[in-house]
Design a protein around this ligand. Structure first.
Ligand code: NA7
Length: 552
């Protein structure tokens, strides 16, 4: 960091890199940049590290990727010393891990908490970003990295009367830091995505009555969560080189699992059923990896979807409720598949009611009830598990002004456009971690975060070491990449669902399939090839002698 005076006499801080967000992406970005000799400053709006795991503290919140895989791999010491207690760690443990990483790598001294980045403007003459913080201060950086998270902008539903509700209202993505005890209360939950599905069984244990308002039934696979034994942890650790390599290079979604070599229709009924049964009993997201064509072929997909629908009917005792809980309007996996613990069984409890708000939408929220179909469902507290303005929402909150004064929101008005999900033409020296156009939310996020951080750090070092001023995506490369992302998505069943992958959960948001579905391994190869070819598809400007950046 170096400082000089602003016209007002206050010193302007200057950094090589400003990183926005201190979640898993921002923390590793900082560590990596330091290792390469850059000065970096991280701004985080919360008062602690952890990002998603800092905000999403709702009861039952836990990871849906196994923790021994949903963890950093960049430090062998770290992955050997940290003991995950359960197969899928609960949110408090993941947050503890994030704090451990921050301490272990001494990250906090370069993180400024309780500070949002409000805007950033590119100075074309100086090839630097002028970054304005909440509170009004401005800092200058050569590069800006958006580590703002894909599911960070919690979305409040627009429901008539919500503001006038007299009880407490909680959003899963903005859960209070103190424990919320629903004992003896009548609670309403709106939303049955991953968050709703995780919290329903837990709140059902506390509430005097729980009413679940469901707009779309979702597929959920049992987690089969359990405590990890020391022997299990050691077994994974001893195979880490193979597991991590597979996740990065060979897998499609960043998860170590068997790669299916056949399609669902290549097996007869009984073999197929046995395979689904085995994977159902194993639990977790890898249910979709039983066959290699479940995301591609409707008939193949139907076999898996029918299996799960049958399971729901077996678990849920009331046939009418079971029918309502059976998803019937999208292929299995085309919305993020949920991983649950006793979600469907919760509806067998006498204190849990399911209300179908697809056929009878919520008319309004009164002072003490949710009104649907002319009937008031009285509640003392409301939990909104209504999701996020995903992938672009947290970026859109910052006014980012690139070349010619154009804002990123203007450029992305018809949907996000990036080259490789990393940069957007017209916005030099601005990177996004796990941005739209990269595998991102379709993958084990930590695998994708590490890949992007490593790539960005190398890229920034390349620019520095050659004394260049700026790097940016070319419009041509970006257009081709956007077309490719769409092309690949169109070969799958994903665009058939009204999912947040498509922006379909936010009224007015352009419908475009945002993540890159070509697979984590192939995507990494593409990014590596681009770098090896001297950052093909990127435009570099300004050639001069290598120099030390911020300090110069
Ligand atoms: P999701 O998956 O976006 O789920 C949100 C849920 O809320 C979903 O069931 C929505 O129904 C429902 N919803 C949203 N708005 C409304 C309104 N206005 N009225 C009624 N119901 C509504 O968010 P989550 O937090 O559960 O999960 C996000 C990701 O976090 C998840 O995929 C994991 O990766 C972790 P809809 O389906 O739109 O009909």
């Amino acid at each position: 960091m170096s400082a000089q005076s602003s016209p007002s006499g206050k010193p302007i801080e200057r950094y090589d890199v400003v990183v926005v967000g201190a979640g898993f992406a921002g923390m590793y970005m900082l560590h990596k940049l330091r290792g390469q000799g850059f000065s970096a400053r991280v701004y985080e709006q919360g008062d602690g590290v952890g990002g998603t795991w800092y905000w999403n503290r709702y009861p039952g919140a836990r990871c849906d990727v196994e923790s021994m895989q949903y963890s950093y791999s960049f430090s062998d010491e770290l992955q050997r010393e940290w003991d995950w207690s359960e197969r899928y760690a609960p949110q408090p443990e993941i947050l503890k891990y994030a704090n451990h990483v921050a301490d272990r790598f001494d990250l906090r001294r370069d993180i400024q908490f309780d500070t949002s980045v409000v805007s950033a403007a590119f100075d074309e003459r100086a090839s630097t970003w002028s970054v304005t913080l909440s509170g009004g201060a401005t800092v200058i950086a050569k590069f800006v990295v958006l580590a703002t998270g894909c599911l960070s902008n919690a979305r409040m539903p627009e429901i008539k009367g919500l503001d006038g509700f007299k009880g407490k209202v909680y959003h899963t993505g903005h859960w209070p830091h103190e424990t919320v005890d629903f004992t003896g209360q009548r609670v309403g939950v709106i939303g049955t995505g991953s968050s709703g599905i995780q919290l329903v069984p837990v709140i059902a244990e506390q509430a005097s009555h729980l009413t679940v308002f469901q707009r779309t039934a979702n597929f959920a696979i049992p987690a089969r969560n359990a405590a990890l034994t020391e022997q299990e942890r050691q077994s994974v650790r001893s195979r880490y080189p193979e597991i991590r390599h597979f996740a990065r290079v060979e897998s499609r979604n960043g998860i170590y699992t068997e790669m299916p070599d056949r399609g669902a229709l290549d097996d007869g009924d009984s073999d197929r059923r046995a395979k689904y049964e085995a994977r159902w009993n194993h639990g977790g997201l890898t249910f979709m990896s039983v066959y290699n064509n479940l995301a591609l072929d409707q008939t193949a997909n139907d076999t898996a979807a029918d299996f799960v629908r049958e399971k729901i009917a077996e678990i849920v005792e009331n046939p009418e409720t079971a029918k309502q809980l059976q998803p019937n309007n999208h292929p299995i996996g085309s919305k993020r598949i949920c991983v649950d613990t006793e979600y469907f069984a919760a509806f067998n409890r006498p204190n849990v009611t399911l209300v179908d708000i697809k056929s009878s939408p919520i008319e309004e929220i009164t002072v003490n009830a949710v009104r649907t179909g002319g009937r008031d469902h009285e509640v003392d507290a409301l939990v909104l598990a209504t999701g996020f303005d995903a992938m672009t929402g947290s970026v859109a909150k910052i006014e980012l002004r690139g070349r010619n004064g154009q804002t990123l929101n203007q450029k992305w008005a018809e949907g996000p456009r990036t080259y490789l999900g990393l940069m957007s033409a017209g916005f030099p020296n601005l990177f996004v971690i796990t941005g739209p156009g990269s595998p991102s939310v379709l993958s084990n996020m930590i695998v994708s975060i590490e890949q992007h951080v490593d790539w960005i750090a190398d890229c920034v070092a390349y620019v520095r070491d050659r004394g260049l001023h700026a790097i940016e995506a070319s419009t041509d490369a970006e257009d081709k990449w956007v077309a490719h992302v769409n092309e690949v998505a169109a070969t799958t069943l994903y665009p058939q669902a009204n999912s947040w992958y498509m922006g379909a959960n936010v009224p007015g948001k352009p419908r475009i399939f945002m993540p890159y579905i070509g697979g984590v391994g192939p995507y990494r190869q593409i990014c590596n090839d681009v770098a090896t070819k001297g950052y093909e598809g990127f435009v570099m400007t300004g050639k001069e002698q290598p120099r030390k950046m911020a300090a110069s």
